[in-house]
Design a protein around this ligand. Structure first.
Ligand code: CTP
Length: 482
């Protein structure tokens, strides 16, 4: 369109435009875009744009001023290719351009043919401060092979709105227009913001495409539930709000968290054990398993391969953890032995010290003889068994000490008795609410060649204790290896 306009200008104006464009180091077409963009901005009371490169900076542009502070994307200037599909939500994609630019992203916009029914390339380029791309074969493109550069010369591709048709094409690997060719040719992460009629979203064909796209590693934000643009239509299908899409893009571009335990295998026991009296009754304790599960989650986050051996609890296994469920102390010991070798073993389970010596094969009935005598026998000490292994002992063995009195003295004695390297000591007397609760106050006892170092941590949530313990382990592992 700009070309046509330039060609139709009278010669004097064309000459002036040529001179101005040359002076700014731009093509005539780009110069027209800048002039139009500035005109749009001035009409809205925005400051005129700076030369191309600086113009992309949100600090200089209007958006930062009008929307206050926004956390910037992590890289110096994240480059995002935004593909706008043809749906009514395309108008919101124009706001998304501004939201992304507020976060210091450089945004290149691609409009599908259908999208151009809803928004114009001029709007997109005025907001993005860039030329807008529409055609697979574009003689005006400064890129040699436009779709390949748009596909690779960016950190992330966002598709908003991702219509049912566009998603079907991506899932099927089509590449018959610029948008789909970019999506097929890219090796960058893709974020889709689906938007469609609720019936289309529910349709089995769309469900299949969504599943396929997820399996292909595509991330999705939304759709949200609510009123649709069509009168009287409501349900799930509304495109996520631009601010949500920008936040999802930001999360995708965030630097990966440090993974200090990458390559380490961590074995964790958690929860209580149930010691059967007969087929329907058992001896148990009040352990919730929360602390052990939190450690498992923190270790996975730190990049470890985590095997969690858990007694009966009401918790879901953290994502990425290999879980083995057991009932009794003897089962737990067998599962721990089967899970070895490990680099680090953490025994957070509240293992029952005793079990019934002779478990009844049938339900014990009430009888004239009064209550049955329960003869108890000691359970294997799982921690001590593993800590004292001559062969295959994990290099770092950590126990817990649940105490109701003389916390540190008992913990020190336990450290020696069990033969482990560290003890996490916690006061579990009823007043502390530790058993079953969400908080914990712990002391970490660390045995070295000639001493025991004690660290007393403040009251923390069990998640915080888990993160702090994993950080301590990572530190020790790093020291050990360096
Ligand atoms: N432990 C274990 N196997 C057992 C008993 C305890 O592995 N049969 C482990 C726990 O997982 C914990 C540590 O040993 O890491 C200490 O558990 P705790 O219940 O505090 O101590 P006990 O050994 O049971 O000693 P006591 O009951 O006398 O305090």
């Amino acid at each position: 369109m700009a070309n046509l306009t330039i060609r139709k200008l009278d010669d004097a104006l064309k000459a002036e435009l040529r001179q101005r464009a040359a002076g700014n180091g731009r093509s005539m077409e780009d110069e027209v875009r800048v002039i139009l963009r500035d005109a749009v901005h001035q009409r809205h009371g925005f400051a005129p744009s700076l030369p191309q490169d600086q113009g992309a900076s949100p600090k200089a542009g209007p958006d930062a001023a009008s929307h206050g502070h926004h956390e910037a994307f992590p890289s110096p200037q994240a480059r995002i290719t935004l593909i706008v599909g043809g749906g009514i939500a395309a108008y919101k994609a124009m706001d998304l351009i501004r939201r992304l630019k507020e976060r210091s992203a450089e945004v290149r916009v691609v409009l599908t043919k259908a999208a151009q029914q809803f928004v114009t390339p001029l709007t997109a380029s005025a907001l993005s401060h860039q030329r807008c791309y529409t055609d697979l074969f574009d003689p005006q493109s400064e890129f040699d092979a436009g779709h390949i550069r748009l596909a690779r010369d960016c950190d992330l591709i966002v598709v908003a709105p991702a219509t049912a048709d566009l998603m079907a094409k991506i899932a099927g690997g089509h590449a018959d227009d610029l948008a789909t060719a970019i999506l097929l040719a890219t090796n960058r992460p893709i974020l889709l913001a689906p938007a469609m009629n609720p019936l289309m979203w529910k349709n089995p064909a769309t469900r299949r495409n969504v599943d396929q796209l997820r399996r292909d590693g595509v991330t999705m934000v939304g759709p949200n539930a609510g009123e649709m643009a069509e009168r009287g239509e409501a349900g799930t299908g509304r495109m996520a709000e631009p601010i949500e899409i920008a936040a999802a893009a930001q999360a995708l571009l965030a630097p990966p968290p440090p993974r200090p335990l990458r390559g380490k295998r961590v074995l964790i026991t958690a929860g209580p054990t149930h010691e059967p009296i007969d087929p329907v009754r058992y001896i148990a304790n009040r352990s919730s398993g929360k602390q052990g599960y939190a450690i498992a989650a923190a270790a996975v986050q730190a990049g470890a391969e985590v095997v969690l051996i858990s007694g009966p609890v009401d918790l879901r296994a953290p994502a990425g953890v290999t879980l083995t469920r057991v009932e009794s102390a003897r089962d737990m010991l067998a599962a721990v032995q089967a899970a070895l070798p490990a680099d680090i073993a953490i025994f957070a389970a509240a293992v029952a010290d005793w079990r019934v010596a002779s478990e009844g094969g049938q339900k014990i009935k009430k009888g004239a003889g009064g209550p049955p005598p329960l003869q108890l026998t000691e359970n294997p000490d799982i921690l001590a068994t593993i800590a004292r292994l001559a062969d295959g002992r994990p290099p770092l063995v950590i126990g817990f000490a649940a105490e109701t009195e003389n916390l540190l003295d008992n913990a020190r004695a336990k450290l020696a008795r069990k033969g482990c390297d560290w003890i996490v000591a916690n006061d579990v007397s009823p007043a502390t609410g530790v058993m079953g609760g969400d908080r914990n106050t712990v002391h970490l006892l660390m045995k070295s060649a000639d001493a025991i170092a004690v660290e007393s941590w403040p009251v923390m949530t069990k998640d915080e204790v888990a993160s702090a313990l994993v950080a301590r382990i990572a530190q020790a592992t790093e020291l050990h290896e360096s």
